[in-house]
Design a protein around this ligand. Structure first.
Ligand code: NAD
Ligand code: WQD
Length: 343
């Protein structure tokens, strides 16, 4: 059984990916210092898979402690999710973002080299494209100016891994650029539960519908899009999770591959903010309380992915749409609100 180290395994995308990895026969260990999560996700994973995943509560910026993980466990590959991810926060705390996101990556690469672990998957982001000029974006679309320090940590992270691959010929890396991950595991037992206040569209919608917020704001309806609101490519977190399983299988397999490959992960279609709200109202029967407000600083008008490369090389294709996202996000919101009320 191949053993995968998932960094950030208690976090949103990491926890969903662990389920898909276990379902596909991988043994998983996690490392997470819970700076933006807690251990509840591991209990959710246990309820779903019947497996208790071991977590090292370690800050990956500590090289000595990170080394201990690699010396305790014989690892076949690493999926490196751990990072700070708030766009807004990164503008006010750039040093913290550069320190955390870059030092943790450097330590992972150092340990990979020292312990002979040759397979790495890195969580990158569509934010590396900045304000892309041509849509849909392909993996060859050039990086534009990073709109925030967080996005710059992803551009720099990609560059660091590319440079690391040059002298380390046996090392293979896959850089996955996620578009807008959303939704939850269909069981409603795990989902997005950030320690910080949610600011992404889907949790804002579900929190408004359940009454945690009185109303929500649609940031602008005067863009040059079909209904005036911004367009994004929302990808269901379980489809995204499965892309990681496909990517690690590809790395561990003997397909001809370059030692550093990049893939876009979205659904390849743009959805406007108002369409997302309509989808929520349709699948839940809830009327959402929202108003139209000013544009949000830093928002790009539209971005969505070209997925051809992931389909061709990884054999991965998303199967869920915005309605599936809203359905699962709503089940999760109701479950977690009930749990909080009961405790
Ligand atoms: P998340 O915050 O839910 O998960 C990240 C986890 O990493 C958290 O549990 C956090 O506690 C942990 N962590 C952070 N720094 C750490 C450190 N130094 N040592 C140990 N653990 C640490 O975020 P997520 O949404 O699951 O995102 C996972 C990855 O995907 C991140 O790299 C993020 O930048 C990237 N990404 C996320 C999105 C998104 O919208 N969610 C989009 C594109 C890319
Ligand atoms: C989506 C759309 C908002 C909230 C961010 C990061 C990106 C990546 C994914 C990490 C936009 C609109 C939102 C609200 C709204 N993350 N909106 N009212 O900004 O596309 O991408 O997450 O890598 O780097 O920037 O996602 O969910 O915040 O916004 O109208 O209350 O919803 O204007 O058009 P975004 P989002």
């Amino acid at each position: 059984m191949k053993k995968v180290l998932v960094t950030g395994g208690c976090g949103y995308i990491g926890s969903h990916t662990i389920i898909d990895l276990i379902d596909n026969g991988f043994e998983v260990i996690s490392v997470d210092n819970n700076v933006n999560s807690d251990l509840k996700a591991l209990r959710g994973i246990q309820s779903i898979t019947d497996k208790l995943v071991k977590n090292y509560t370690i800050d990956l910026c500590d090289l000595e402690k990170t080394r201990k993980i690699f010396s305790n466990d014989k690892i076949d590959g690493v999926i490196h999710f751990a990072a700070l991810k708030s766009v807004g926060e990164s503008v006010f705390e750039p040093i913290r973002y550069f320190h955390n996101n870059l030092n943790s990556l450097l330590n992972i690469l150092t340990c990979c080299k020292e312990f002979g672990v040759d397979n790495l998957i890195f969580s990158s982001s569509c934010s590396v494209y900045g304000n892309a000029k041509d849509l849909p974006v392909t993996e060859l679309t050039p990086f534009e100016h990073a709109e925030c320090p967080y996005a710059r940590t992803k551009q720099m992270g990609e560059n660091i891994i590319e440079d690391f691959c040059v002298p380390n010929k046996e090392f293979k890396a896959i850089l996955l650029r996620y578009f807008n991950p959303a939704g939850a595991h269909e069981s409603g037992l795990i989902g997005e539960a950030p320690s910080n206040k949610a600011s992404n569209l889907v949790p804002v919608i579900t929190e408004t519908a359940i009454g945690k917020r009185e109303s929500m704001t649609v940031f602008g309806n005067d863009y040059g899009t079909r209904d005036g609101s911004c367009i994004r490519d929302y990808i269901h977190v379980m489809d995204l999770a499965n892309a990681h399983t496909k990517a690690i299988q590809y790395l561990l397999g003997d397909e001809n591959q370059q030692n550093c490959e990049v893939y876009n992960l979205g659904i390849g279609e743009g959805v406007t903010v108002l369409e997302a709200i309509n989808a929520f109202e349709k699948v839940t029967g809830q009327k959402l309380n929202y108003t139209i407000g000013e544009r949000r600083a830093g928002d790009v008008e539209a971005i969505y992915a070209n997925l051809n490369k992931a389909e061709q090389n990884l054999g991965w294709k998303p199967s869920r749409n915005i309605e599936d996202i809203m359905k699962s996000a709503w089940i999760w919101e109701k479950n977690r609100t009930e749990t909080v009320l009961q405790s």
